[in-house]
Design a protein around this ligand. Structure first.
Ligand code: SF4
Length: 219
């Protein structure tokens, strides 16, 4: 049982680990260190965590590796569509039963995902419904990045009105004050912009961190 007052952490996930930690993790499981890069390529380039699609990994170990290092972190609870399906808002349930939202907005020349960085928010901006909830907890790097991978995979699979496409922009304007969860947000931004197989290889100019102005974090 977790100590009183301390929240359990999300399951270990490849995205939370540095490259050398990924190698150590696959070796601990008795697999070749090469599997770390292959798993990262499936995640960041092929946008999948499904071992059935990882046909370059030995069949005997791919399910074990995916379950150990790419566990499910977000489950969709509800989706709402607007603009004839070009805007999709998803409510996600996390491993501990709490929820966050992300919103995918497709335009003729770009697709933007608005993501959450915290469950609730401690900033209490008077105009904001999330602010009235108070802060429940910070998201981990992988919980932030999973919002992006799942939206990008959905776009690529043609599940969003307008046919198959690519996610081009990310904005931290969902639940939470990103700079109040600075370490995880910076870790997530690195995964967005790092080239494959360490990240999605997005342009840094297309990633926007929106803040109410948490001055100590900006300094
Ligand atoms: S910082 Fe953002 S999420 Fe938090 S209360 Fe203010 S507007 Fe809402």
């Amino acid at each position: 049982m977790a100590p009183r007052g301390r929240r359990p952490k999300p399951p270990r996930h490849l995205v939370d680990l540095a490259p050398e930690e990924r190698v150590a993790a696959v070796e601990e499981l008795g697999h070749s260190p090469l599997r770390a890069k292959q798993l990262a390529t499936h995640y960041f380039t092929h946008l999948t965590t499904d071992p059935e699609r990882m046909t370059d990994l030995p069949a005997a170990g791919r399910t074990e590796l995916a379950e150990a290092l790419l566990p499910s972190l977000l489950s969709p609870v509800r989706t709402l569509q607007a603009d004839k399906g070009a805007t999709v808002k998803t409510l996600w349930r996390l491993f501990d039963g709490v929820s966050v939202e992300s919103v995918l907005m497709r335009y003729p020349n770009r697709a933007t995902l608005c993501i959450s960085s915290q469950v609730g928010c401690g900033m209490a901006c008077p105009f904001c419904a999330t602010g009235q909830l108070g802060l429940t907890r910070n998201l981990s790097v992988a919980e932030v990045v999973e919002q992006v991978r799942m939206a990008a995979a959905s776009l690529e699979a043609g599940e969003v009105a307008g046919g198959p496409g690519r996610l081009s922009n990310i904005v931290f304007m969902g639940m939470g004050e990103p700079l109040a969860n600075y370490k995880a947000v910076i870790g997530a931004v690195r995964r967005f912009v790092d080239p494959a197989p360490s990240g999605f290889g997005m342009s840094a100019r297309n990633v926007t961190v929106s803040t109410v102005g948490l001055v100590p974090a900006i300094d």
